[in-house]
Ligand binder design. Structure first.
Ligand code: ADE
Ligand code: ZN
Length: 351
């Protein structure tokens, strides 16, 4: 049941955004690899990085496009070799997310990035699933994994990856599509996603990040995506906006990623306010927080500061994140109750 949130004055908005219980639905675990951890894992695995120190690696994180970022991101994943590396990576992300009041994380992982380097899928899955289990027990954070296919690779390679992942079928809740968008439309993976649907997997897909609205239509009609990752280009197509709003297809928006990859000329021109005004189920997420300058709360703070969104938008975004998650209904209701309580506390503090 949706309730009207009590208003919170603007000066209390930063504290409210930090305190909001929220679900993070667009986080690539490989994109949470902080430079400090890169160096620690490189040392542990006897790898020499092509950077003198943490600061020079961080300085290299300047991208003009999605492809420029991806080149560095795939290179960065080279330090992940052992089960313990995947465990430490996911555990660090979940610990950080818990401090930001993330109550649910649906985490993308890119098996092909690892199997292409000779790392066994079992190694990846053991590390990630153990981290999720431990974080649920120790930190009370609910999480689930989503296996992503790299769209710059072939349909055949996606099928091989799916086949190899079947022994782990119960360890992930869905599949996604990521990597270089332009030139790799959703239609390329129609048959793989049809098979995934037969297997009862949830379907999500990156679309409309750098690519045109046509890719969002393709993700919906051909892949039958239940959520669109990014989708920020939808504002250029009125019929698409209407459909996304009517069907309550969630968009997992990542403001700092869009800023860093120059999807918008600046954050003040981000389409998030237009998506919310159009009645879409938009959410705020971090994408690749180690590369884009902030975790989910930094994304909330930055986009609210730049666009002037208010406390009603904060409520809507957090409520949307629960609606959009693949968690069960009872958990969603608990999180909505928590959200209401956070608003009441913030309202009382401000009155
Ligand atoms: N893989 C990791 N981050 C991504 C992004 N923002 N878009 C596409 N693929 C990605
Ligand atoms: Zn992404």
């Amino acid at each position: 049941m949706s309730r009207t949130p009590p208003p919170v004055p603007a000066e209390h908005l930063p504290a409210l955004l930090a305190a909001l219980p929220k679900a993070e639905l667009h986080i690539h675990i490989e994109g949470s690899l902080e430079p400090e951890m890169s160096f620690a894992l490189a040392r542990r695995n006897g790898i020499t990085l092509p950077y003198a120190d943490v600061e020079s690696l961080r300085r290299a994180y300047a991208f003009g496009s999605l492809q420029a970022f991806l080149d560095l991101y795939y290179q960065g994943a080279g330090v992940l070799l052992k089960e313990e590396d995947f465990y430490d990576l996911a555990r660090a992300y979940l610990a950080r997310a818990a401090t930001e009041n993330v109550v649910r994380a649906e985490i993308f992982f890119d098996p092909q990035t690892h199997t292409a380097r000779g790392v066994a899928l079992d190694t990846v899955m053991r590390g990630l699933t153990r981290a999720c289990d431990d974080a649920r027990r120790d930190l009370g954070i609910s999480s689930a994994l989503i296996l992503c296919f790299l769209r710059h690779l072939s349909e055949r390679e996606a099928f091989e990856t799916l086949e190899a992942a079947l022994p782990w079928r119960d360890a992930f809740i869905g599949v996604g599509l990521d990597s270089s968008e332009l030139g790799h439309p959703p239609e390329k993976f129609a048959r793989v996603f049809a098979r995934c649907r037969e297997l009862g997997l949830h379907i999500v897909a990156h679309a409309g990040e750098e690519g045109p609205p046509a890719y969002i239509w393709g993700a919906l009609d051909v892949l039958r995506a239940e959520r669109i990752d990014h989708g920020v280009q939808a504002v250029h197509d009125a019929a698409l906006m209407q459909r996304l709003a009517q069907e309550r297809i969630p968009l997992t928006v990542c403001p700092l990623s869009n800023q860093k990859l120059q999807v918008f000329p600046d954050l003040a021109r981000h389409s998030l306010p237009r998506l919310l005004a159009g009645g879409l189920c938009a959410t705020v997420n971090s994408d690749d927080p180690a590369y884009f300058g902030g975790y989910v709360n930094a994304n909330f703070q930055a986009v609210f500061a730049a666009t002037g969104l208010d406390s009603a938008a904060a409520y809507q975004l957090a409520a949307n994140s629960f609606e959009a998650s693949f968690a069960d209904a009872a958990l969603k209701q608990q999180w909505l109750d928590k959200l209401q309580a956070a608003f009441e506390r913030a309202h009382d503090a401000g009155s």
